[in-house]
Design a protein around this ligand. Structure first.
Ligand SMILES: [Fe+2]
Ligand SMILES: [Fe+2]
Length: 251
């Protein structure tokens, strides 16, 4: 691998099947990302759940028909909407495991399913802490990234808190212990960034849901990793690009 730079295209909360969410918009955005990937350094497309509105097979198949056409390295995990109506079984059929990992010379990424059937609350579970610890062992030369659907710290401008990961405290302690420097998630439909000790936690907004909040628009995030820093750029549905944040990453 020649470049030490990396570009992560982070999308979440697509909600195909929801009223007002159009498959042709999803197609157009995927085409745009695929084009950008041709010029990006070590591109990766990360999808952190809520692909569908209700976890129904027809919604999943609509999503897969478009998503599986693109030729870009990708990591995809489900969200709470995808596990409605026992949708996790359709997810596994179309996209494989609900837990995935990705490694290259620059990053080590562990992506976890934080959703449970017919439950909107987030949960990762102590039974998974061992494999998270094991995955990040001996990877101190890479940026360690943990991805999930739900948030680990409450997000402002989203109203009364009721969906933060149930075992957030214990999970944050595990992530701190293994030297994780970046957490990427969705669920709250509001872009936001927190710094917690040596960890940066980033929530991307919703890609297409109409359940946006305040002045925010639908968007995905382009994350540029370079020389120990990460910059976050919001690509809104109308093509507008906003530089959102830049952080130094702990290694
Ligand atoms: Fe969502
Ligand atoms: Fe969600």
């Amino acid at each position: 691998m020649s470049s030490s730079k990396m570009t992560i295209f982070h999308m979440s909360d697509i909600h195909l099947g929801e009223s007002g969410v159009h498959t042709q918009d999803f197609r157009r955005i995927l085409d745009g990302i695929e084009k950008k990937c041709q010029e990006a350094d070590n591109p990766l497309l990360l999808v952190t759940g809520d692909l569908t509105s209700d976890g129904l097979r027809e919604e999943y198949e609509d999503f897969a028909r478009e998503f599986l056409k693109i030729d870009v390295p990708n990591i995809i995990i489900p969200g709470n909407h995808d596990e409605r109506n026992y949708g996790s079984s359709v997810f596994e059929e179309l996209f494989g495991s609900r837990f995935k990992t990705f490694d290259n010379d620059i990053i080590a990424l562990f992506a976890a399913d934080s959703a449970e059937p017919d439950n909107d609350a987030g949960h990762v579970g102590r039974e998974n802490y061992g494999r998270i610890r094991e995955f990040f062992t001996k990877k101190d030369d890479k940026v360690k990234i943990f991805a999930l659907h739900h948030h680990l710290v409450a997000i402002p401008h989203t109203g009364r808190e009721h969906n933060v990961v149930e075992d957030a405290g214990d999970l944050l302690a595990v992530l701190g212990e293994v030297g994780c420097s970046l957490v990427l998630h969705g669920h709250r439909h509001v872009p936001w960034y927190w710094k917690l000790n040596d960890m940066s936690l980033y929530c991307t907004g919703t890609l297409l849901s109409r359940r946006i909040r305040g002045a925010h628009s639908q968007a995905y995030t382009r994350i540029e990793l370079e020389e120990g820093s990460a910059s976050f750029h919001l690509h809104e549905i109308d093509g507008t690009i906003h530089d959102f944040a830049e952080v130094q990453l702990h290694r």
